[in-house]
Ligand binder design. Structure first.
Ligand code: GDP
Ligand code: IMO
Ligand code: MG
Length: 428
């Protein structure tokens, strides 16, 4: 019975939510191990469409236990809003478990996220403004507030006071904002304590026991490899470990217990926010991809930047994560192009790079070396087996597989749960 990590291989929004949801009914635990409500996962089940931010997508599968691991940063207001909205729609949210070691996002960190971005001006990251970066910074600086702190008023107050000693100096003296009030912040956090208490658990213990008992576990990443704080396009990244190693540290299980690492990758590329993106299209082709793919952010509504598939990134994601499988999504969006360009290498000042350049400024001015694959015009959204795909679509998939060296185990041909071609079972 496997433990499977599902993570993003590009810059996010690859369709991780759908990929996890699809395994749902056979999975006992779905664990979110990094990030917070900066994520936005759309899951379509028949006529119903769900947008999830903080909760793992497994919450939509009856019988599956959703888990928020220690590596997540939790905005408690958002958590309860999301739970209530799902409950109203008839989803059973009673099984959710939350790690006592997960950090909470206090309101002052949302403020700091936004004012820092404004202060950065043209050097801004384009964050989601949810307080993610400042909360992870607090965690590393050891002035963060954890879920467990909500259950001891005195300790909570002391911790808020300790954090605000520093934060208020920054808010007032650098950003010219009002100081956050210690009592107001403490009281707000305390107001969530009773409601969250029954959900709080030693999730590391629970998950290790589940592994011992031979259960199926899925570890669902937020964000993606190229947004990872270590391996992404720093500083234009998020502040957590969105790569495979994060699944272990962010949930309290050992890396040796992970059986399979699945990279979710779009048949083309998108990015939200600032930062380098070699295959980005600034012309009508980019607009056409955005329109066909419905590429608008689930969290902030921003139009996503669009470009062609980048095989250098696919190879990089394979290496950084030790991928065993790819889930290729949105192949249907590419229908209708006579030729589909695929970036196979970069040109940096006349020098060809087959791997990610080590020097970040080289990546900033890398231009793609394209191979042009034959396109197809047939509607593929009804295909359910590989053989039902037009031959050029099959060739496209096989070419991508060869370029990355990782097998493509599943192919998405539409947003719905059912619109998938399974070549290899990820839970086998
Ligand atoms: P996530 O953040 O990785 O979970 O991805 P998002 O939900 O932000 O973005 C992926 C979008 O693509 C969602 O709107 C999905 O419903 C949609 N989607 C996922 N797989 C497919 C697919 O194979 N084809 C099409 N057309 N849409 C898909
Ligand atoms: P999912 O899980 C796409 C981007 C933001 C910004 C950078 C830092 O849906 O794939 P942050 O608020 O995290 O400090 O912003 O990361 N970003 C995402 N882009 N999908 C996401 O999540 C993202 N989460 C953060 O746009 O560039
Ligand atoms: Mg998303």
């Amino acid at each position: 019975m496997p433990a499977v990590v599902v993570l993003g291989a590009q810059w996010g929004d690859e369709g991780k939510g759908k990929a996890t949801d699809q395994l749902g009914s056979r999975v006992d635990y779905v664990v979110k191990f990094n990030g917070g409500n900066n994520a936005g996962h759309t899951v379509v089940v028949g006529e119903e469409k769900y947008a999830l931010h903080l909760l793992p997508s497994g919450i939509l599968s009856p019988g599956c236990v959703p888990v928020i691991g220690n590596g997540v940063v939790v905005d408690l207001e958002v958590l309860f809003e999301e739970l209530d909205a799902l409950a109203t729609r008839g989803v059973d949210v009673s099984k959710l478990l939350v790690s006592s070691s997960a950090h909470v996002i206090p309101s002052y960190n949302r403020t700091l996220d936004k004012v820092t971005e404004r202060f950065l001006g043209k050097r801004q990251i384009g964050t989601t403004g949810r307080g993610i970066g400042p909360t992870y910074a607090d965690k590393m600086s050891r002035v963060g507030i954890r879920i467990a702190d909500l259950f001891d008023e005195q300790i909570l107050r002391e911790k808020v006071e300790g954090a605000l000693d520093q934060k208020n100096q920054i808010l007032v003296k650098i950003y010219n904002r009002r100081a956050a009030d210690i009592d107001a912040v403490t009281d707000e956090l305390l107001s969530y304590a009773d409601r969250i208490r029954p959900m709080v658990a030693d999730t590391s213990l629970v998950l290790n026991q589940a592994l011992d008992a031979g259960k199926n576990l899925v570890f669902e990443a937020g964000q993606a490899t190229m947004l990872d704080v270590d391996h992404g396009t720093y500083p234009f990244v998020t502040s957590s470990s969105a790569t495979a190693g994060g699944a272990a540290t962010g949930s309290g299980i050992g890396p040796t217990r992970l059986d399979r690492i699945v990279g979710v990758i779009k048949a083309y590329t998108t990015r939200v926010g600032e930062g380098p993106f070699p295959t980005e299209l600034f012309d009508d082709d980019g607009d056409a991809l955005r329109l066909a793919g419905g590429e608008f952010g689930v969290t902030t509504g921003r139009p996503r930047r669009c470009g062609w598939y980048d095989a250098v990134i696919a190879r990089y994601a394979t290496r950084i994560n030790g991928l065993t499988d790819f889930v290729l999504t949105k192949l249907d969006v590419l229908t209708g192009w006579e030729k589909v360009p695929v970036c196979v290498a970069y040109d940096v000042d006349g020098v060809r790079h087959d791997e990610m350049p080590v020097d970040q400024s080289a990546f900033h001015h890398a231009t793609p070396v394209y191979e042009y694959l034959d396109g197809w015009t047939e509607d593929i959204s009804g295909a359910r087996t590989f053989d039902e795909l037009p031959v050029n679509a099959q060739r496209y998939v096989l070419a991508l597989e060869e370029m990355s060296g990782t097998r493509i185990s599943s192919i998405g041909v539409g947003p719905d749960r059912a619109a998938t071609i399974v070549r290899h079972d990820l839970l086998d």
